[in-house]
Write a protein of this length. Structure first.
Length: 257
């Protein structure tokens, strides 16, 4: 509680200085904390995970060095990062949810409770919920609450959101970084989301894109309806590699249009 009160005091101090709303001031402070965490990550050995974007559903960021693709959420996301973005660490959130008897709640109810009662931003509420469900045995790493499996990967790319969206939605552009893969587009809403059946089904991908200013955007790919943990681990590694290739393509002179 002390940590959360301290953070709220900082938000109100910024509001007084800038005239911003509570939500805007809070977002700026959270983003600043994330940037500091990212800078610390950049100084770590190659392969260290970066903070990720808000996906269109519960997902997990890339693994840190030495952590398997099927590692638990609490192993994948550092306690310091959770605290910076939400005001509390893993153990504190778990204790709060235990006190609320959240083990008997649905995923949606837990995430909603974190958002409405504790003012946790959407994706971070999902992140805490997934971590809590794994820690309490309600789901395995890489597994959905209902029993199915999924894989996800995220990347921040120094291009506008619309350019990143086109890399998925435009068939020619997509073939440059995702070759020899058949997808059947289900929906494409520029510049925020893209959904498609993967290689004829039954799996599918759900892509969420979030603008970070005018010249940078984050993308999250969620690969759904997988057959098990092994396939989930394989596709998580695959998407991390493909998104790295996409980032390299879009951020270099090799992407002439």
């Amino acid at each position: 509680m002390t940590t959360q009160r301290s953070f709220k005091a900082r938000v109100r101090t910024r509001m007084a200085k800038t005239g911003e709303s509570y939500t805007t001031a809070r977002r700026h402070l959270l983003n600043r904390a994330a940037e500091r965490a990212s800078a610390s990550t950049a100084a770590s050995p190659p392969g260290q995970a970066e903070p990720t974007a808000a996906p269109p559903g519960p997902a997990e960021p890339p693994a840190a060095p030495g952590v398997s693709a099927a590692a638990a959420q609490t192993e994948r996301i550092a306690d310091d990062l959770i605290r910076a973005r939400t005001g509390r660490g893993w153990a504190e959130w778990f204790a709060l949810l235990d006190a609320a008897s959240a083990t008997g709640w649905t995923h949606t109810r837990i995430a909603g409770h974190l958002g409405t009662e504790h003012e946790v931003a959407g994706w971070w509420a999902q992140t805490i919920t997934v971590g809590y469900e794994q820690a309490r045995g309600l789901r395995a790493p890489g597994q959905r609450r209902g029993g199915g499996f999924e894989a996800s990967a995220s990347r921040t790319v120094a291009v506008p959101a619309r350019r990143l969206f086109e890399a998925f939605a435009d068939e020619t552009a997509r073939a440059r970084w995702l070759p020899d893969v058949e997808v059947r587009v289900r929906t494409a809403t520029a510049p925020r989301s893209f959904r498609a059946d993967w290689a004829g089904g039954p799996t599918r991908i759900v892509v969420g894109i979030d603008a970070v200013g005018e010249s940078k955007a984050r993308v999250n790919v969620l690969h759904e309806k997988l057959t098990g943990a092994e396939q989930a681990a394989e596709l998580k590694a695959y998407w991390r590699e493909r998104l790295a290739a996409l980032k390299a393509l879009l951020e270099t002179d090799g992407d002439h249009r």
